[in-house]
Design a protein. Structure first.
Length: 355
């Protein structure tokens, strides 16, 4: 990154910089995240409650699959059955029709997801699909035992997280896989999230997301989170990969204290950056581990985002939204279009030519 570009982000109008670089309005879609999510969870899902499933297998890749990680975190803490994420072709060998399949493909044409859906339906399975159309919708419309929930089209999958995760969560509430918060609880949560969203925005916000992004420039980025927030940590790493063309990795506490911590203890503090995610409700020993790392791991650029929500759902949403803004700010610092994903498009075109 050039010093001129760093200075430009500090001194220029951010709106003008976004207009120059953000070709598909990633910032605008990010700004709508809370509204998208609220609209999605408010939809009517025409499915009967059923708690007789052995478990749930979630199919989804990339931005379409991110919600599966969040659902898995929620069910690990408050659910009544296992929730397994499958990021591959087909289905795991142990799968049977007593396992519900939730399949998400924003385009409706993700080949790995379609392969698993076809296998499930051919073997008597039930599928809940979330997509904006495509082949997934066509397949499920012809299946009597499955349903398809539609989300608005025209976005990058990673920018449609509010639509996708909200629809996934609405389906889980309707089926009875997770308990739905009360209207008052949801209203209060959205009020807090909207206030946090205004502060995190690159235009008119409090500047924290820009400051974090500036400290990440030209660094190797590590994201550390307790297990209950690991989904948000992993998604942040993915958003940094796609939005800002940056390498980033995530690690989960306490597991990383048994391996990766050794590397961090000897890392060059000027070449690395660390971001910790935390919230209330984490195990006291995990909190102690994080405190020790903050005091003893010498990294020049080190931040902690303490999610202050009143539920795990709120904490996950807060972390996801705030870190999205960081990834966009880092793109601007590097002169990168946060909407562009040329290598993914090129790979998809290549795979299509092989069919």
């Amino acid at each position: 990154m050039s010093e001129n570009l760093r200075k430009r982000l500090n001194e220029s109008d951010i709106a003008a910089l976004l207009s120059e670089l953000d070709s598909r309005d990633m910032a605008g879609f990010t700004r709508n995240f809370i509204d998208d999510f609220e609209k999605a969870i408010s939809q009517t899902v025409d499915v009967e409650a059923d708690d007789d499933w052995t478990g749930v297998v979630f199919l989804g890749m990339g931005g379409s699959g991110a919600g599966g990680m969040f659902l898995s975190s929620l069910t690990d803490q408050n659910g009544g059955m296992p929730f397994i994420i499958w990021r591959d072709y087909g289905l795991p060998s142990w799968w049977g029709p007593d396992w519900l399949v939730i399949a998400t493909s924003y385009s409706g044409n993700t080949e790995e997801t379609l392969d698993g859906v076809q296998e499930a339906l051919e073997n008597g399975g039930t599928v809940v699909g979330i997509c904006s159309g495509g082949e997934l919708q066509e397949i499920l419309e012809n299946s009597d035992d499955s349903i398809c929930l539609n989300v608005p089209s025209g976005q990058m999958p990673r920018s449609a997280f509010g639509h996708l995760f909200g629809s996934q969560l609405a389906a889980c509430w309707a089926i009875g896989l997770l308990g739905r918060p009360s209207p008052d609880e949801l209203s209060a949560m959205f009020s807090r999230l909207r206030a946090a969203s205004i502060e995190a925005d690159l235009s008119g916000g409090n500047g924290m997301t820009v400051a974090i992004a500036e400290s990440f420039a030209d660094k190797q980025i590590g994201i550390i989170a307790p297990s209950m927030l690991d989904a948000a940590g992993r998604r942040f790493a993915n958003q940094l990969n796609e939005n800002s063309d940056s390498f980033a990795r995530h690690a989960s506490l306490p597991e990383m204290n048994h391996n990766e911590i050794v590397a961090w203890a000897s890392a060059d503090s000027t070449k690395h950056a660390l971001l910790y995610l935390s919230c209330s409700g984490i195990h006291s020993r995990v909190s102690s581990r994080m405190d020790w790392m903050l005091e003893n791991i010498d990294v020049e650029s080190s931040w902690i985002i303490d999610c202050e929500g009143e539920s795990l759902l709120e904490n996950l949403l807060y972390a996801a939204h705030l870190t999205d803004w960081i990834s966009i700010a880092l793109a601007l610092i590097g002169g990168v279009d946060p909407s562009e994903m040329g290598s993914i498009d090129s790979l998809k075109a290549h795979l299509s030519s092989l069919q």
